[in-house]
Design a protein around this ligand. Structure first.
Ligand SMILES: CC(C)(COP(=O)(O)OP(=O)(O)OC[C@H]1O[C@@H](n2cnc3c(N)ncnc32)[C@H](O)[C@@H]1OP(=O)(O)O)[C@@H](O)C(=O)NCCC(=O)NCCS
Length: 161
């Protein structure tokens, strides 16, 4: 895992648990879906962009990534596209990934969040919506009261999510 992303949860919607081990969370313009093999090529492409690689390093070095770390719960960040402005014909696109890890040692109990988005999606409050959805899930559904950060001090956009 790389840099953490500090979070302050607010008004995301609750998650829905599907029957096939997948999970979905929504807030604002984003839907978070449990990462599946179908998401991996796109996520690897996003990780390879200089902007994301500069923060996450060689995250996907393992051939098993993103299924190589059972301590991290990972979601693809999806947004809805309206081809030709047609709201009826919505198509989902993958714009990044967000993950959490949990520490259960009673004295240090907390959860941490990390996120990356495709550079073409930056600055549209997608990061804010994704962090809010996950923070609320952690606080309201998983009873977490403490979310921690491992952010670089110069990462203004992530600090403000
Ligand atoms: C960090 C990251 C997830 C932020 O996502 P984003 O969708 O671009 O951010 P948002 O549009 O939601 O902006 C969140 C806040 O940061 C501000 N912000 C966005 N980009 C900024 C920038 N380059 N400089 C300063 N502030 C910025 C926004 O104005 C917003 O503040 P506001 O709510 O007060 O208006 C995204 O930039 C990213 O993936 N970066 C590369 C990977 C990374 O750094 N991950 C974080 C480590 S875990």
């Amino acid at each position: 895992m790389s840099d953490g992303c500090d979070t302050h949860g607010s008004d995301a919607t609750h998650g829905s648990d599907d029957t096939d081990d997948t999970f979905e969370l929504r807030d604002g313009q984003v839907t978070l879906r449990t990462v599946t093999a179908d998401h991996v090529p796109r996520l690897r492409d996003i990780l390879a962009t200089p902007e994301v690689r500069g923060r996450w390093g060689d995250e996907a070095a393992s051939a098993q990534w993103p299924f190589d770390d059972p301590s991290s719960v990972r979601f693809a960040v999806m947004t809805r596209d309206h081809p030709d402005g047609d709201a009826e014909a919505e198509a989902e696109q993958i714009v990044g990934m967000i993950q959490y890890g949990e520490e259960d040692e009673p004295a240090y109990r907390h959860a941490s969040i990390d996120i990356f988005l495709d550079p073409s999606a930056h600055g549209q409050h997608i990061g804010r919506d994704a962090v809010r959805a996950l923070a609320r899930h952690l606080m309201e559904d998983r009873g977490r009261h403490r979310l921690v950060s491992g952010l670089a001090a110069d990462n203004t956009a992530a600090l403000r999510c």
